[in-house]
Write a protein that binds this ligand. Sequence first.
Ligand code: MSP
Length: 512
Amino acid sequence: MKSFYITTAIDYANGKPHLGHAYEKVLTDVVARFRRLMGDEVYFLTGIDEHGQKVQQSAGERGITPIELCDEAAVAFKGLCASLDISNDDFIRTTEDRHKKVVRSILQKLFDQGDIYKAEYKGYYSKRAEQFLQEKDRDGNGEWPEIFGEVEEIAESNYFFRLSRHQEWLVEQLKTNKSFIYPRFRAKQVLEFLKEPINDLCISRPRERLEWGIPLPFDEEYVTYVWFDALVNYISAVGYGTDSFEKHWPADFHVIGKDILVPPHAVYWPIMLKAAGIALPKSLLVHGWWLKSGAKMSKSTGTVVDPLDLIDQFGSDAFRYFVTREMNVGQDSEFSQERYMSRYNSDLANDLGNLLSRVLTMVGRNFGGKIPGPRIEESLELELWTLWKDTQKKVLDLYGEFQFHSGLEKTFAFISAINRYAEQRAPWKLAKSEDPEDRKRFETSLYVMTESLRLAVGLLEPVMPNTTDKVYDLLGYTKEADWDRRLLRGDTLVGQEIGEKTILFPKPQMES
Ligand code: MSP
């Protein structure tokens, strides 16, 4: 069976991981976990992009070698994945032999076919974007946009990849293959870019200017342009040229930020693959940016939020919840500490955490720690079960369309409904009543609260896997193999022994 193959962009090795990198990994992980729960065999790749001028320069400034810098970055980014509970199957580094071999073999193939030629290059180059620029990249005032940083003019002999001969094919491809770019509105941006003739792509840098790269197989005086090198990671990691390649390729999703859609992923990559005779990935899932005070959070503007601080303070599930709940995948989102605290306190600590504490306390106190069974069904119970059915269906549909923020909103609306049910039933009052009907209601209410809590956390599993497992454990629930079954209402909890009272999301001591 072919795997469901999903990738993140590979992060530049010359910076510390920040919220933007962490978000992309979480988003990809949520999709990966969701698909696994839906029964797919998932293969999830992430990694780092280690070559290029920026790495060489940063290493030089620090007085270390580029590979030493990359080794440090590999530890930091792998550490980020571990802290975030990312379920990746592989982590690729572009300095690995398995990668370099494939880059060189693709280059040789394209060169032999006549797709690569040598010529004089004169033009502009952005070090920050590691990208050659064209006049049309200037803004309305004729300036280079901020995102390119310092732009230099260069003139040198280089190797070029014949991009332009595939322009018409690509336009056709983007027009007919409606699922190639998600969200769809981003495809318009690509078509806009392709309205003008595209230049052939300069894919080399002379070694005297840049040492830190993969030497061209047909001219060792040059190294490979970093984007040409980096994009190939998606196929080198899954064994391009070996039997295992077919098991994974084509990728189902490349998850990327909007800044690297045009031209790298939507223009260079499809054309590179087409020219090399390799199938295109099925889809690019393009997310927006995390902003700080309205601008893209990035190392170069000094506005980064360190995800590790937030994880240390609030735990990985809370971080995963926040970024998934706040970001509508197609759009940008502003980060603020206040917003983070407010989601943490109101959704996690109060709505979810207090519900669990309440249930554990009441079952512990009144039923010797064993969950009672349903004895009566009245309109309050029926309403809640109807809401559950509706929630479950809608949330799965929303997750399937990458509307995770709305899926979480619906799930938490259901959790609020359980809390409302508890207020209306008021089991703490029923406990004191002498009426036998009230006794039935009392037992039923605790069954309903525990069972609906179990169901709700089932839907949270792709986003907050630790919380789901912890709650299951505290409710004495042994996970059934199929997700479908876990999301079905039943009486599996009846008679189960609950765990010790636990605070799921402790309120942190904040400095004022
Ligand atoms: N190395 C290239 C990608 C090569 S992929 C073959 C690169 N690296 S990066 O470190 O700059 O960015 C890695 C990913 O993080 C990109 O998808 C980028 O969009 C994402 N983010 C970086 N900053 C971001 C935000 N502020 N917000 C959300 N994601 C952003 O580009």
